[in-house]
Ligand binder design. Structure first.
Ligand SMILES: [Fe+2]
Length: 180
């Protein structure tokens, strides 16, 4: 289950209803899929063949189509990152810059963990959303954020897009950014 950390105050928010309510107040969509639906051998596998990626998409086909129908996504794929990913450190360095997109950024975590750092309302400031398998998040368009891995540096997620071109990152220089 996702957990929130507010960087200004070190306050943590946990429990599905609390997390959902907080994220709703920040206009971030949060939903939950059954992580246990995935075949056991794929729940802890971070280097995937195309066939295994297809198996994950097939497992969550109903959830993906439901989300796509409600929110207008037209394409989806699987992203897998781990220490086996070539140039992972470089990639992470690239990720770890606050930016915006012209469409929302949707991730459904199917294995591993990841973290979104998001700029909240003025009274909240930057906050972290720590995600694990089953967590589904959508960061709205134009909302400053970045994504990175957690200590275990392993994740598999479904990405959904309205237009793949809409997902280009626009750097967001912010004097108020809280790096910790
Ligand atoms: Fe992004």
């Amino acid at each position: 289950m996702a957990e929130i950390r507010i960087r200004n105050t070190e306050q943590r928010i946990s429990g599905e209803e609390n997390v959902r309510a907080f994220l709703e107040s920040q206009e971030v969509l949060y939903e939950h899929w059954n992580a246990g639906k995935l075949a056991a051998e794929l729940q802890n596998k971070f280097v995937l063949t195309d066939e295994e990626k297809g198996q994950i998409l097939a497992t969550y086909d109903a959830e993906i189509r439901d989300l796509a129908e409600r929110r207008g996504y037209r394409t989806w794929d699987i992203v897998a990152l781990s220490d086996a990913t070539p140039n992972l450190d470089e990639l992470l360095k690239k990720f770890e810059n606050v930016h915006t997109h012209t469409e929302d950024e949707v991730r459904a975590i199917t294995a591993g963990r990841g973290i979104f750092i998001i700029k909240g309302t003025d009274d909240v400031g930057y906050f972290d959303v720590e995600l694990e398998a089953g967590d589904v998040i959508s960061v709205p368009e134009h909302k400053p954020h970045f994504f990175t891995l957690m200590e275990n540096r392993q994740i598999v997620a479904v990405r959904l897009f309205i237009e793949t071109e809409g997902w280009i990152a626009h750097p967001y220089a912010d004097a108020q950014f809280q790096s910790k």
